[in-house]
Write a protein that binds this ligand. Structure first.
Ligand code: PLP
Length: 424
């Protein structure tokens, strides 16, 4: 098909994320991706400021990752995981346990971030049932979060301002505390801390778990908070037999400057979800890790009742092993610190622009928040005009580039964010 035919067929038949059909703004047709660049069908090359939504941390067509997929293809692309096991999955589980905060020892391989959140929640509900507290079925969280698009994850996204407010009347009713105030460096607010503790204590008898995105709330608003609040949650949940889930799907594998964002707080959750960068963005794979206590509790009631068809897909596991191997062998911490320096230098001056309400940078994440909703089409086109791919939404123009983005391309990204902010 010609590019024009492809775009016409796309408009006729293909759903895109959070879009009408046909979409209000037609997508750009991408033909190839290599290094940190996407090549459009019309020949334009764009520096990818999004890492394909937090995932492509090593860039595209990395020779080691390409080879991992082709090598694995030569052995087996997929086999069922019921009754069978294989080296790519076992090796991946062992690596995840080595990398994860101490105490998380068991790994459920899921096929997307949302499903890993479903599994994490199911683990907690089953644990509570099996250990004699079946009435503990609700979830606690703070507002402003985003945990995915399937039904339980939707119920813990902000029911008022969040992406799933449409479903308020259908979803299970969860327990919400306010959005954590301030930013990563803002001293903790004792009044907020007390409110958080109170919310968990008041509802403890009905809460199976508290689930939050540690340190960075991603798609719910790109907000940062002080790690202290995670310590507060750890203490109060432990004191009341409520499990604690950290959703590290966006923050995991170095993005905030530590391997997992939980490390900023020095706390270990009972269950942790990872995804996105797990395969370096090559294939869809996520995981829910849990402690031996959670696994033992579930075991007293029987099996963990989950087992998708593509569980532990060998191609995805093989490329995840290669991606984590690259991460461990390289200086990811140095790369992310460099990203932070350059994003700060490039974005801080944008505070002076009309309409800019806030600029914040943490690790490899840079955010410019406006005092109004962005004109998504105009802001995206302005960035594309500067040779950069961005996906502004709501009042946010933001970037989380591949860790391998060089200094010149980081400067281009910052300039493109400035251009987008000027027209948004
Ligand atoms: N949790 C967090 C923190 C996320 O950022 C996302 C995706 O953006 C998800 C869960 C859902 O992951 P997926 O889109 O792979 O289902």
């Amino acid at each position: 098909m010609t590019p024009q035919e492809l775009l016409a067929a796309d408009a006729a038949h293909v759903w895109h994320p959070y879009a009408t059909l046909p979409p209000a703004v037609p997508p750009y047709l991408v033909e190839a991706a290599e290094g940190v660049r996407l090549r459009l069908a019309d020949g334009r090359e764009l520096v990818d400021g999004m890492s394909s939504w937090w995932a492509a941390i090593h860039g595209y067509r990395h020779p080691v990752l390409d080879a991992a997929v082709t090598d694995q293809l030569g052995r087996m692309s997929h086999v069922m995981f019921g009754g069978l096991t294989h080296a790519p999955a076992v090796e991946l589980a062992r690596t995840l346990v080595e990398l994860a905060p101490d105490g998380l020892e068991h790994v459920f391989l899921a096929d997307s971030g949302s499903v890993s959140v479903e599994v994490a929640i199911k683990m907690c509900l089953q644990y509570q049932r099996a250990t004699g507290r079946p009435q503990r079925r609700r979830l606690g969280t703070w507002r402003g979060g985003y945990h995915g698009d399937t039904f339980h994850p939707m119920s813990i996204c902000d029911p008022e301002g969040g992406m799933h407010h449409l479903w308020g009347d259908v979803l299970p009713r969860q327990v919400f505390a306010p959005v954590p105030p301030g930013g990563f460096d803002t001293p903790p607010d004792p009044a907020y801390e007390a409110a958080l503790v109170d919310a968990v204590q008041r509802h403890a008898d009905e809460l199976a778990a508290v689930i939050v995105e540690p340190v960075v709330q991603g798609a719910g608003g790109m907000r940062f908070h002080h790690p202290h609040y995670l310590r507060v949650l750890r203490e109060v949940t432990r004191a009341h037999g409520v499990l604690l889930i950290f959703d590290e799907i966006a923050t995991g594998f170095g993005r905030t400057g530590t391997m997992f964002a939980a490390e900023h707080a020095g706390v270990v959750p009972d269950v942790m979800c990872v995804g996105k960068a797990l395969t370096g963005g090559y294939l869809t794979l996520a995981a829910a890790l849990c402690t031996p206590e959670v696994a033992a509790g579930i075991r007293t009631g029987g099996v963990l009742a989950h087992g998708p068809t593509f569980m532990g897909n060998p191609l995805a596991c093989a490329v995840a092993n290669a991606s984590l191997g690259l991460l461990r062998a390289g200086d990811w911490a140095g790369q992310v610190a460099r990203l932070q320096r350059h994003l700060r230098a490039g974005l801080e001056p944008l505070r002076g622009l009309p309409g800019v309400a806030d600029v914040r940078v943490l690790g490899g994440i840079g955010v410019v928040q406006l005092d109004h909703e962005v004109d998504m089409a105009a802001a995206t086109a302005a960035a594309v005009g500067q040779g950069v791919w961005l996906r502004p939404f709501r009042d946010l123009i933001y970037t989380m580039p591949p860790y391998v983005t060089d200094d010149a391309d980081l400067a281009r990204i910052a300039a493109a964010i400035g251009a987008a902010a000027r027209v948004a």
